[in-house]
Design a protein around this ligand. Structure first.
Ligand code: ATP
Length: 488
C-alpha cells in the first residue's frame, strides 16, 4: 500500500487554505458568525471541536507561562476599562493604520498589505530583486511616516486595485482601529468607552495590585488570555485577521538597562514554545521591525509559514517604561518599584510576548491538515487527516464497538466510563468501522479502540493509531495509560 502525502506538494497552496476552511466548517471546527443571516465579515464562531482545540492551546500556553515559570502569575481583567487608559497607552492618538482607497471600486486597502501583495506577485514572476527593493523602500517610508512617498511608490510601481483593475488612488489617510461604545443608559450622561484593542493594558493598570499581593520581585511577569477587538479595515484570510479575536499576552517587568538580555531571552523562549507544538524550525522565522510601534525600543514577530505564506503569529516587544510611565502621569499614581538589591526606586521596563490564540489555532490546523492517497493496485482510496499533536487534539480517544449487539456496546460503555473522567472520549456505534475511522481521522482523534468478539473472550481491544494507521492488540486495562502517556 502506498501512503503518499500530497498536502506538501499540492499544486496551489491557496487551494490548501480553502480546503482547510471548508474542512473546518464540515467537521465542527469553525463556522462563519451568524451564518443564517449570511455571516458577519471577519467574525467567526468556534464549533464543538474548534472550541476544544482552542481551549487546549490556551491551557498549554497558560501552563507553560505560569506553572512552568515560578515568577509569572496570571490575571483576568475586564474588557471594559476606564477610557483614560487608552489615552495614556497612546491608542487614542496612535492606534491607526495608513489606508488608501481606490476611487473606482471604493475598496480600501492597508498600504503595507497592498504593497506586500504586489511584492508577492513580483516574486511569483521571478522578479525577486525588484520585490526586495520595493519592500525595503516601503519599510523606510513607513518608518518615516512618509505618506506622500508611499503614495508615489504605489503609483511608480503601477500597483492596481484587484477589484477595479485601475490605479486611481486617493491620498493615504490614517484610520483608528478601536471600537467605541457607550457605558450606562443613554438617558444618563453617556460615557464613551472602548472595546480593548489589546489585553496588555489590563496588566499594566493592575501592576501595583499584583506586585503588592503576589509579593513577586523583579524580574517577574503577569500573563493574561482574553478577547481583543480591532476594526480591521482589511478583514480577510479567515481567522487570521478578525475583528474580534483572542490574545495570550505576558508582560515581563524588569530592571531598566536589562531590556536587551531579556528581549533576547524571550525571543528564544517563545521560539522554543512554538517548536514544542511539533512544528519544524524551518516553518518559522523572525521578522525584526524597522518601523517601531509608538511604545517600543525593539520589536520582532515570530512568523509561521501558513499556506498563504510566512505571516505573524506572535509579537515580542521591548516596551521600555512607556506604559507604566504614562499611566503614572495620567492617573497620578506612582508606578514605582523598590529594588532592594540595588536600593533604588524605578519604573520597571517591560518585555512583552503577545500571541494570537486564533492565529495559533490556524497554525496548528495548517500544520495538521493532510490529504493522503492510500490507493493500492486494485483499489482507489484516500483520506483527509488532521494530525494534531495528541495533547492538543479535541478528542483523545474514540471507543467503537464493532457491531451494535452481542454485548459489545456494553464493554465499550465500560471503557468509556473508565476513561472519560481523565480525558475527552467519544463513543460511536453507527456506520462501518472504516467509515468511523475516517471520521475520527478528519476530526484529528489520535487513538481509536475497537471492541470486537475477541474482547469478550480475553479482555483485549484493537487500538488504532491515527497517523500511522497501525493497529495493535492491547488489554483493556492498559488503554488509559497508553493514551495518557501521549497527552501530557
Ligand atoms: P498585524 O500586523 O497582523 O495586524 P499586529 O502587529 O497589529 O498584527 P499585535 O498588535 O502585535 O499585532 O498583536 C499581537 C498578536 O495578536 C499578533 O501577533 C496576532 O497573532 C494577534 N492579532 C492581532 N490582530 C489580530 C486580528 N485582527 N485577528 C487575529 N489575531 C490578531
Amino acid at each position: 500500500m502506498s501512503t503518499t502525502i500530497f498536502a506538501a506538494t499540492m499544486a496551489n497552496d491557496n487551494k490548501k487554505f480553502q480546503a482547510i476552511i471548508s474542512h473546518c466548517k464540515e467537521y465542527g471546527y469553525i463556522f462563519p458568525s451568524s451564518e443564517i443571516y449570511d455571516g458577519l465579515s471577519a467574525v467567526y464562531d468556534y464549533g464543538e471541536w474548534g472550541s476544544e482545540l482552542k481551549k487546549n492551546i490556551k491551557d498549554y500556553w497558560w501552563k507553560s507561562m505560569t506553572q512552568m515559570h515560578e515568577n509569572i502569575v496570571g490575571i483576568d481583567a475586564a474588557i471594559f476599562m476606564h477610557p483614560t487608559t487608552w489615552k495614556a497607552s497612546g491608542h487614542v492618538d496612535n492606534f491607526s493604520d495608513p489606508m488608501i482607497d481606490n476611487k473606482d471600486s471604493k475598496k480600501r486597502y492597508r498600504v503595507d498589505h497592498l504593497i506586500e501583495n504586489f511584492a508577492e506577485e513580483l516574486e511569483e514572476k521571478g522578479e525577486s530583486d525588484r520585490a526586495k527593493k520595493l519592500l525595503e523602500e516601503m519599510d523606510r517610508l513607513l518608518a518615516a511616516s512618509d505618506y506622500e512617498g508611499l503614495k508615489q511608490l504605489i503609483e511608480q510601481n503601477k500597483i492596481k486595485c484587484s477589484v477595479s483593475g485601475t490605479a486611481h488612488w486617493t491620498d493615504i489617510r490614517q484610520f483608528n482601529l478601536m471600537f467605541s461604545t457607550q457605558l450606562g443608559s443613554v438617558t444618563e450622561e453617556a460615557n464613551e468607552i472602548y472595546l480593548r484593542p489589546e489585553t496588555a493594558q489590563g496588566i499594566f493598570v493592575n501592576f501595583l495590585n499584583v506586585q503588592k499581593t503576589s509579593r513577586l520581585k523583579i524580574p517577574f511577569g503577569i500573563a493574561q488570555v482574553g478577547k481583543a477587538f480591532r476594526n480591521e479595515i482589511v478583514a480577510r484570510q479567515f481567522i487570521f485577521r478578525m475583528r474580534e479575536f483572542e490574545q495570550m499576552e505576558m508582560q515581563y517587568f524588569i530592571r531598566p538597562g536589562t531590556q536587551k538580555e531579556w528581549y533576547a531571552f524571550w525571543k528564544a523562549e517563545r521560539m522554543k514554545w512554538h517548536q514544542s507544538l511539533g512544528i519544524g524550525p524551518e516553518k518559522f522565522r523572525f521578522h525584526d521591525h524597522v518601523k517601531l510601534a509608538h511604545y517600543a525600543d525593539a520589536a520582532c514577530d515570530i512568523e509561521y509559514e501558513f499556506p498563504i505564506g510566512f505571516k505573524e503569529v506572535e509579537g515580542i516587544h521591548s516596551r521600555t517604561d512607556f506604559d507604566l510611565r504614562n499611566h503614572q502621569q495620567y492617573s497620578k499614581k506612582k508606578m514605582q518599584y523598590f529594588d532592594s538589591e540595588i536600593n533604588q526606586n524605578y519604573i520597571p521596563y517591560v518585555i512583552e510576548t503577545s500571541i494570537g490564540l486564533d492565529r495559533t489555532v490556524l497554525m496548528v490546523l495548517s500544520e495538521a491538515y493532510r490529504e493522503e492517497d492510500l490507493s493500492t493496485a486494485d483499489k482507489q482510496d484516500s483520506r483527509v487527516v488532521l494530525a494534531i499533536p495528541p495533547r492538543l487534539a479535541p478528542i483523545k480517544l474514540a471507543i467503537l464497538p464493532l457491531v451494535k449487539k452481542d454485548g459489545l456496546p456494553e464493554i465499550a460503555r465500560q471503557i468509556m466510563d473508565q476513561c472519560k473522567p481523565w480525558f475527552r472520549c467519544f463513543y460511536e456505534e453507527k456506520d462501518t468501522i472504516g467509515k468511523r475511522y475516517r471520521r475520527m481521522d478528519a476530526i484529528g482523534t489520535p487513538f481509536c479502540v475497537t471492541v470486537d468478539q475477541q474482547s469478550k473472550e480475553d479482555g483485549t481491544v484493537t487500538i488504532r493509531y491515527r497517523d500511522s494507521m497501525q493497529q495493535d492488540r492491547i488489554e483493556i486495562s492498559r488503554i488509559k495509560e497508553i493514551v495518557e502517556k501521549q497527552i501530557f
